[in-house]
Design a protein around this ligand. Sequence first.
Ligand SMILES: Nc1ncnc2c1ncn2[C@@H]1O[C@H](COP(=O)(O)OP(=O)(O)O)[C@@H](O)[C@H]1O
Ligand SMILES: [Mg+2]
Length: 361
Amino acid sequence: MTRLGIMMLEPDTTHPFYTGMAKESKTYDVEVVIFSPLQIHPHTEWIQGYRYCTDTRCWKKDIFTIPEYIYDRTFYKDDFTSKQAKAIVQWLKNRDDLCFLGYGLPNKWTIYRHLKEQVKVSPYLPETTLIESIPEAVSLIKKEKRVIIKPFDGAHGVAVYEIQADKEQVTIRTTKKTEIVEKKMDEETLARWLESLTRKKSFILQKRLDNRDEQNRPFDLRLLLQKNEKDNWSVSCKGFRVGNQASLLTNLSAGAAAIPYEEWKKHQKHYNWTYIESELKDIIRYLPETLEEEFAPLFEIGLDIIICRDSSVWILDMNSKPGHKMLQLLAQEEIDRLHSLPLRYCKALQRKMPATGGDSS
Ligand SMILES: Nc1ncnc2c1ncn2[C@@H]1O[C@H](COP(=O)(O)OP(=O)(O)O)[C@@H](O)[C@H]1O
Ligand SMILES: [Mg+2]
């Protein structure tokens, strides 16, 4: 039987998406397991993980060999364990007896550098700079007046700062838990603060895009793009994420709300939706294939799209391991269909590469 392993740092057998997938597995003749790269025994390559039992409809602790197909859902942190896990995942990716549904994307800065050269998508990318020199960053902040700086490899809105430069002083705002914290300082203090912030990790700088609605809430459009068994990309789920009033982030993990596409659109009459939707069509048409050409095969992409007050459309963030929280906007039938998508895609990969399809359990 085809074996598909859902790989994550800490196996989560309570996650509705993974259990939903596992429930569909019998229909597609796929055995689903959950494991962590850290659970692979370095010598025997046996894994102590969880296997979904379709008879009892629950996850059971089990020992198995590395599954031939891998759905990589590993979210790394900045610690030693993640460093180890990253190395193991790289080793798995390099093996030609294994097949990942998607091989992931590099960090934000590398993506930007590559896509900037691609004429079909570059107009949608906000100008981005890697902070390499503090004096240059300070003069850019003074010139732009309002910028965002964020880690080059960040996620979930962590360490996203808004910096506003006025005549007399500079204001830095960021989100701690779901609260906005604000600090005012002079230019020299800003330089010292930037120096210490960027010592441990590289940061990128962008103009702050004006994505606030009339109630001063930041919002963005979240698109989940997925590939079907015929290798065609389509939008599986779309919805707006609306942050708290006067806040900075639209990440659901930072407290933003998910709102159905049509509902939000209905209330935003002053935007030029004909123009916006034609831009979105182009993005959906060209972006997935460009990313795959530039980097590696992908199965799904979570896109953060910012729509500014002047109806301009910007691709802000691209995630190859998108969260599935937006699926709450869909009807159960549609959610079930999406649960089966990784299984169907896995079977399609197997048909294309019969050499990796054997059962070695
Ligand atoms: N240039 C920007 N202008 C306005 N808001 C931004 C900008 N960059 C980031 N944000 C806000 O911060 C959030 C997180 O940034 P993002 O680039 O998506 O990184 P990640 O989600 O990986 O942390 C975005 O969803 C958006 O709400
Ligand atoms: Mg994002």
